[in-house]
Design a protein around this ligand. Structure first.
Ligand code: G3I
Length: 380
């Protein structure tokens, strides 16, 4: 596997550009070649082309041997970048829109829906036999500005309308929805900085019921962050919430653990496994929905940071694979520069950057952490 020391990962000086481009082209072509049978423009593998045996060089082929999804968050504004689409399609069998299905994008004005960006991602996924995780219907962040002025019955109605229209639009094309995202605060109670909290705890059940009515075939997920370990107020609060929903007959099918790893303070793989098991014991599936591993504050040389990053990924993916109900792992972006953590505003959440949090470098070359994930899928 090709990768470059981080100190040359960012756009190299011009004199190296030609060489890197050629190398990147070789890697991306090999990534294309590694994809199983060629995908005709219709997205259908023509029967005349015998499906090549799965090439276990790609993460999606390896994940399939474990009956898992391995996914990536994609953004339409990167679609025009060379290699973006081909590497995403070659390596992943699940797609999550990074921003295109959030309220501010889908319903920027009351009752005025804009599905175009989400449609592009869903079409891309269907063309490349990728599952789609819809993200996200009800979240206190990135809501349209008009929603922030609502409260009480008006807010509740707007929420039901938004959930219904969004889910109905993509009915039968989205396998899973993050119906409610990040509703719980650090103390394990509903977070105070969400306008939906004032509706009372019943709003979560109402959102799930509306989503189920709009598309009974979709699997419905509660998704949150820093709930990955098997102890702690927030993780226990999420456990109480989903247990109550499940026992009340609310149509909830799974739980998403975002897995934005902060190596300065993170649960052990054993704690993560025990946590996944306790949620699975409720009769729910579990998924790692937004994985990235920030290395900025890890000690050592760039190589040492990347070695540790590879080890962390291997431990977490292996923990998931030891839990039969842990059915998917999604990485929150494709290449390091495209990560939300490469934005200075967000990166400071993980301390001093750069963080190099994802599987591919700036030139779409797999890093050591890619090998760590692949080795976990191979059971090595
Ligand atoms: O759309 C505007 C654009 O019009 C404007 O020109 C530009 C100016 O900076 O901002 C654009 O909005 C940005 C938006 O992403 C869409 O690109 C926001 O500034 C930016 O803050 C926002 O960041 C997203 C973040 O959620 C917002 O909370 C990240 O891309 C996205 O990766 C991140 O994803 C979240 C998950 O949805 C939920 N879990 C946590 C995860 C990381 O925060």
């Amino acid at each position: 596997m090709w990768y470059t020391r981080p100190d040359v990962i960012h756009p190299a000086p011009r004199r190296f550009a030609a060489r890197l481009t050629l190398v990147s082209l070789m890697v991306s072509l090999s990534a294309c070649v590694r994809r199983s049978a060629p995908i005709a423009p219709t997205g259908h593998t023509p029967s005349s082309v015998a499906a090549a045996p799965p090439d276990l060089g790609s993460l999606r082929a390896l994940a399939s041997t474990q009956k898992r999804h391995v996914g990536v968050a994609l953004a339409t504004w990167h679609f025009s970048e060379p290699h973006y689409q081909e590497v995403a399609a070659a390596q992943f069998n699940s797609l999550t829109p990074e921003n295109e299905m959030k309220w501010e994008s889908v319903e920027p004005q009351p009752g005025q829906f804009s599905f175009r960006a989400g449609d592009a991602l869903v079409s891309f996924a269907e063309q490349h036999q990728m599952r789609v995780r819809g993200h996200t219907l009800v979240w206190h962040n990135q809501v349209a500005s008009w929603v922030k002025r609502l409260s009480g019955d008006q807010l509740h109605s707007a929420m039901i309308n938004h959930v219904t229209a969004s889910v109905e639009h993509w009915k039968g094309r989205i396998a899973q929805w993050d119906v409610v995202n990040e509703a719980i605060g650090d103390d394990g109670a509903l977070r105070q900085n969400s306008p939906f909290t004032a509706l009372g705890p019943g709003y979560i059940a109402d959102a799930f019921r509306a989503a189920h009515a709009a598309d009974p075939s979709a699997e419905l997920v509660y998704n949150d962050y820093e709930t990955e370990g098997d102890s702690g107020a927030k993780s226990d609060g999420m456990y109480r919430l989903v247990k109550e929903l499940k026992e009340s007959g609310v149509p909830i099918h799974g739980v998403g653990f975002q897995m934005h790893v902060d190596p300065r303070n993170w649960p052990s793989a054993d704690s993560i496994q025990r946590n996944l098991e306790r949620f699975a014991a409720l009769g729910l599936f579990v998924e790692l929905t937004e994985m990235d591993i920030a290395v900025g504050e890890l000690p050592g040389t760039p190589e040492e940071k990347f070695t540790r990053q590879k080890q962390i990924a291997h431990e977490i993916v292996s923990a998931c694979l030891r839990v039969p109900a842990c059915v998917g792992i999604t990485f929150w972006g494709l290449t390091d520069p495209q990560s939300w953590l490469s934005d200075e505003h967000w990166g400071r959440l993980r301390g001093r950057g750069p963080h190099f949090p994802l599987l591919f470098d700036a030139n779409y070359r797999p890093k050591p952490v890619f090998d760590g994930v692949a080795q976990a899928f191979r059971g090595e």
